[in-house]
Design a binder for this molecule. Structure first.
Ligand SMILES: [Zn+2]
Length: 885
């Protein structure tokens, strides 16, 4: 156990004569300094400093405006009553954020300084009534002796070494103090043998000289700065630092700046391991698990850049008031306590009881904190933690999660104010099933994700970033998406409402019927329903690029998305994040372009292609769909081959010499670059030609250059258009270079040559057709269905559908193509009125079949034809599918 130290003696300076002195000062400032009828009275004294603990105001006038400036002015005016001497300047710095209660009372927090350096543990809070008048000043200020010198003899580095030496000593286990259950409390040691503080920045321009050092062996960057430490009747100049050690503990350490003595060592966090019986999946049996869950539990990739000590301990003491969530039972906001044994806190609660619900909610919220941490929702991103462990962002915002035994508004809800303020989650009972949402991870994760999206979209300080209706709808959609992803499901809330389809209209699979064009129509005028469209799109993305890849890209995109996005703005964030993601994992340019294209196909399938438009995020008008993804990028793989035959070229002979290069088949030729190195004394004698594997020849050099020596040259499509005749041919096989000397006397040698061939994507075609010759029943919605099966596998890059239907009134007909995954596209929807016969071709290029691009070709395809009006009849003669992979 690392020893805590505090060299201050607990004194009692709050005697009667001191009280009389301060009260006399209060009367003096009331008579002569304070404006109007405003009077102050010393109500109580701080025993340690002997100064005023509370100074109340009477008859203060209701003020207007800047509370911070008024608080500073008031404390300066009454400084003699607070205990400051006449020659001690009242130096205070204000927290610029004033706190306001729901009733309109305001608190301003001030910290005391001396010569520009903070005094440890000296602070005042000025409280204002809702009418703006000053109510009281509470806290404690320190009396400073006149003119203390500000010259440390200990350097920041020496102070850091002293502090490090202390936390490196876990101490003798026999001396370890006992916790409240009588168990010894021990820390891991810290190996300092290789420790050499590396200074990053020096704060020599500031009075408190903040100096930073590289983190190792600590888990966070270390800052050392000057502070005054009140000791006896004086102030000691001291260095202040915080050290976070692997394992989760952190310490505040104050080192005397004159003699290097440790003045204060205080443990800031106490992380605790735990165990409880909880329900981590809705409807699963309760099971005992250890807190925290291992980072590998969630199925998400565990990134390499996690801070030491992650996952942090969920518990900070023996209760459900933990490091990232405070789970309490209503009414009364009571926490649940466990029992501590062998350094581990065990909750012996039954999930069916209110205590068990709180423990369950605690575990689910803590696990969601950890899962989202893996995906990049961390301290600097505005996540929810009581202590940010020096990792940036604003602390003191663990989720306040309330378990309500009965129903609550909305069954469950979550509100998240800006970073640094605690979000509130309320979880209630579903009365129809008597099942509690605190046992349903779907619902808890949905609610928790509201915190994620509110913090990330538009930044952690903007809590109005999802107000616009499209944005708010996506807020619901993101919440369902993360719940589905974490649970590996396509429905949410199915257990808690005891319905297999859950609480949404449709399952989030490929049968989800609607698209962006439906926004603002029918039921898509309400945020949860709007959210279904967004979640369905994200779930398609999951199936195309992988669930955790999609989750990562979506979290990344949330950080890139400006406040109050439309669907299309959020789509753009996802496309950008996908491009970054692909690049970061080392994809080559082709793979990266393909990856981004696959994301486009998902959005295009829901009508959010490149030409889609919206009137704005705040409304559901002006929406134009686009179902065609942008063209698929062509591949640019490059093949290389070289040969160094060193062949003498026979003089004046038409056959000449030939040299061959074999290349593997990699797809069609896009462009060719060929380089030859020929030594010769008269290149005007030479003819050089390249022949491709399928027998096309291109003349490279035809007796040009007259008496020039040596042919060292590279030909490309750009400077020799004849090479373009090879485009589209096979890259694989034998490439032949022929060199002939066609005139007598001068001779030479083919030393070497090389080929560089850019190869396009290898495309294969797949076809299937059927000749059902099926009569189409008149005026019957179910119609007929004809199927074909494709056994080849591959991803569709283009699709063509030929249809041959004879009919006497094609305006009666509805024709749909159904893919193997259930994707259903209407190719003909009762258009054409009284025209005869539907004999036509549909393609993915023209848009109507674009939904199938990017999907797997293998499986059973169906064409359905229905005649939806009486009288005219017809027959499905034949249909054919042709896919390019
Ligand atoms: Zn919601």
């Amino acid at each position: 156990m690392i020893h805590e130290i505090d060299v201050r003696e607990p004194g009692d300076r709050a005697d009667n004569s001191r009280r009389e002195t301060l009260q006399a000062a209060a009367e003096e400032v009331s008579d002569n300094v304070l404006p109007g009828d405003h009077r102050v009275e010393v109500m109580s004294l701080d025993a340690t400093t002997g100064n005023a603990a509370v100074v109340s105001s009477h008859d203060a006038s209701p003020g207007q405006g800047d509370h911070v400036a008024r608080a500073l002015r008031h404390v300066q005016r009454i400084s003699p009553a607070l205990g400051l001497t006449a020659d001690q300047p009242p130096e205070y710095v204000a927290d610029p954020v004033e706190q306001t209660t729901s009733a309109g009372a305001v608190a301003v927090h001030l910290r005391q300084q001396y010569k520009g350096i903070l005094i440890y543990d000296a602070a005042e809070t000025v409280r204002f009534e809702p009418d703006g008048s000053i109510r009281e000043v509470a806290g404690s200020s320190v009396t400073a002796p006149p003119d203390l010198p500000v010259a440390p003899t200990v350097t920041p580095e020496q102070a850091l070494r002293s502090a490090a030496d202390h936390v490196a000593q876990p101490g003798d286990p026999a001396d370890a103090p006992l916790d409240q259950f009588g168990q010894p409390m021990t820390d891991p040691g810290l190996d300092l043998t290789a420790f050499a503080p590396v200074q990053r920045t020096s704060g020599a321009d500031r009075a408190d000289r903040p100096t930073t050092f590289d983190a190792p062996p600590f888990t966070h960057v270390v800052t050392v700065s000057l502070v005054w430490f009140p000791l006896g009747d004086s102030l000691r100049l001291a260095w202040h630092t915080k050290l976070a050690v692997p394992g989760g503990a952190a310490f505040r350490i104050i080192v005397d700046a004159q003699d290097g003595r440790l003045l204060l060592v205080k443990r800031l966090t106490q992380a605790v391991a735990g165990r409880a019986t909880v329900v981590l999946r809705p409807g699963a049996p309760a099971a005992a698990v250890d807190f925290p869950l291992a980072a590998t539990t969630y199925g998400a990739p565990v990134p390499a850049n996690l801070p030491a000590g992650f996952p942090y301990d969920w518990l900070t003491d023996t209760t459900t008031r933990g490091s990232s969530v405070q789970a309490v039972i209503e009414p009364g906001s009571t926490t649940v306590s466990g029992t501590s044994q062998n350094g581990k806190v065990t909750f012996q609660t039954d999930p069916a009881t209110p205590d068990g619900l709180a423990v369950n909610l605690f575990a689910l919220c803590s696990s969601m904190h950890d899962l989202l941490y893996l995906l990049g929702f961390r301290e600097v991103d505005g996540n929810f933690q009581a202590d940010n462990l020096g990792n940036g962002g604003r602390p003191a915002d663990a989720v306040l999660a309330h378990v309500h035994p009965g129903a609550v508004w909305g069954t469950a809800n979550m509100g998240s104010p800006p970073d640094g303020s605690q979000p509130t989650m309320n979880m209630g009972l579903v009365t129809s099933t008597n099942r509690h949402t605190a046992l349903d991870a779907d619902v808890v994760f949905h609610e928790y994700t509201h915190g994620l999206t509110n913090r990330l979209v538009g930044g952690a300080l903007d809590d109005a970033s999802l107000d616009a209706i499209q944005s708010a709808g996506m807020g619901e959609g993101w919440s369902d998406f993360f719940a589905c992803t974490a649970m590996g499901k396509t429905v949410v809330g199915d257990w808690v409402v005891n319905q297999p389809g859950g609480i949404r209209r449709f399952r989030y699979d490929e049968s989800f019927p609607d698209d962006y064009g439906d926004l603002g129509t029918g039921r898509y005028d309400e945020v949860h329903n709007i959210g279904e469209l967004w979640c369905a799109t994200l779930m398609s993305l999951s199936r195309v690029i992988g669930a955790w890849t999609a989750a990562q890209v979506v979290v990344d995109a949330l950080k890139l998305t400006a406040a109050n996005p439309s669907f299309l703005a959020a789509r753009d964030g996802i496309l950008l994040a996908a491009d970054h993601y692909s690049q970061a994992r080392g994809d080559d340019a082709t793979t990266r372009a393909d990856f981004v294209h696959s994301v486009w196909t998902v959005f295009a399938q829901r009508g959010m292609g490149p030409q889609a438009r919206t009137g704005g995020a705040a409304n559901l008008t002006g929406i134009v769909t686009d179902f065609a993804p942008p063209p698929r990028p062509t591949a640019t793989a490059t093949l290389h081959g070289a040969a160094a035959p060193a062949l003498a070229i026979p003089d004046n002979q038409v056959a000449g010499v030939i040299s061959r290069i074999e290349l593997p088949e990699s797809g069609p030729v896009e462009s060719v670059s060929v380089t030859v190195d020929i030594t010769h004394t008269y290149i005007g004698d030479l003819e050089v030609a390249l022949t491709s594997p399928d027998g096309h020849s291109v003349a490279l050099h035809s007796r040009a250059g007259s008496s020039g020596h040596d042919l060292h040259h590279t030909w490309t499509n750009a400077d020799l258009p004849g090479l373009g005749t090879l485009t589209g041919g096979p890259s694989g096989g034998t490439w032949t270079l022929a060199v002939a000397d066609r005139a007598a006397r001068d001779t030479g040698r083919l030393d070497s040559w090389s080929l560089e061939i850019a190869v396009g994507e290898k495309r294969t075609g797949v076809e299937a057709s059927a000749t059902p010759a099926l009569p189409i029943p008149d005026n019957k919605a179910t119609g007929i269905r004809s199927e074909v099966t494709i056994t080849e596998t591959g991803v569709i890059s283009a699709l063509l559908l030929d249809v041959d239907i004879t009919h006497t009134y094609i305006g009666d007909l509805e024709v749909k193509l159904v893919g193997p995954d259930g994707t259903r596209v209407k190719v003909h929807g009762r258009t054409g009125a009284g025209n005869d016969n539907l004999i036509t071709t549909y393609t993915s290029e023209s848009g109507v079949l674009a939904s199938f691009v990017g999907k797997q070709v293998q499986g059973t395809w169906a064409l359905t034809v229905a005649d939806r009006a009486g009288q005219d009849v017809g027959k499905l003669n034949r249909w054919r599918l042709a896919a390019t992979l």
